[in-house]
Design a protein around this ligand. Sequence first.
Ligand SMILES: [Zn+2]
Length: 469
Amino acid sequence: MTHRTAPLVLAAILLAAACTTSSTTRVDIAPSTSGLAIIPASSGWLGDPRIGLLRDASIMAALSDVSPARIRATDSALVSFGTRNTFSDTMSSTRGIGAARRWLYAQLQQTSRDCGGCLRVEYDAAVIQVARHPQRASANVVNVLAILPGRDTNRVVVMGGHYDSCVCSVPPNGGVDSTSVAPGADDDGSGTSAVVELARVISKRYPKGLAATVIFVLHSSEEQGLLGATHLAQRLKAEGKQVVAGMTDDIVGNVVAEDGAVDSTSVRIFAQDPDTSASRELGRYVWGLGVMYLPAFEVIPVFRLDRIGRGGDHTPYILAGWPGLRFTERLENYKRQHLPTDDLSHVNFGYVAQVARLNTATVVSLASAPGAPDTVIARRENAASGGQAWSLRWSRVPGAAHYEILTRRTTSPSWERVISAGTSLTRQLDFQLDDGWAAVRAVGADGHRSLARTAGAGTRAVDPTSMRP
Ligand SMILES: [Zn+2]
């Protein structure tokens, strides 16, 4: 069975159950993509997660700009500061977290000079009491931001890594040991270096910005309880920003497991429950982009917030009500995390570059697209159909040239059909919504798709499952 079979079979099932709408345009596989999608066997799913996404030539070109050597150089510099613990030296120019953030700031300033001043580089600082500290000491938590303003400065895509490190796994001082060597080459020098490279690549290709604003952020104090990301998420909330996605590259460079197993060709993305959430939609979107732009690099969607018992900087954005996503290497080695052995020799920079390419496709796609509809409401047409027919209506999206409806079975991990809805803000469905999910997404004039909003999943939408007992 090829990967194409499942959607076609499903389409036949859905069409057999269809009520009306002969004008429906059905596209099972993106029409303008070339070649076969490679659906990795390990994903266990025979559908096509690209479902209607179109490849953008400028993104393809940007992917080729990502440099493993530059990422290695950045991570090497970070490691050279000895420790980047939140409580480490902030005055030295050669050691500690203060020197590290000033160096990062200078790198991003140079990147901005190289794009004609297109980035706004700033420190985002707050003094925060650290609940995990034995004496509840306060820390100067300083994120480093490079902002690429978009045509809409209110909608922002946040792409981050955390530049702090720790030897949290060594008693007795745990995460507050301010002096021991804590190279953090993988956790999270790898993600930080990838984000620095993304800022360079994306600002060079898009110096005039995209539709939405992009914030490249090097979060601080992740190891003390996601303090930097929490501060920035709350700040953006207070400023009335609409975060399209709050994402983190965290631990994206190890390819060898403790038992010697090697995997340099796949990456995990963590997308929280429930299955109709905005974060899950973000996960589906990145999964599809990965198949489309990096067919030899497998994106493994994991449908949960994070690894069991672990956390990351995407979570504060999710808690603020926005979609969030975590990128993490396929094979972790806990024997080198939060330890002096998290060194450069165990980071594969060709692998980090692949993750950075996936990030590039994600950030540019999201920032080029219109927003998702705020509201999608499903209504059962009792009078007309005896309960079999459903209609959707949704809110208008600024910048949308037209809209698409996506449908899937409740058991399907990705969308299975895409139906053009033109410029209308309402449409009758051609299948029984009791048996599936439907969503709406906006399509920009240049073909970039927004995240989908599932009917019944929006904060103001009616949940069709709760309309009647
Ligand atoms: Zn980390």
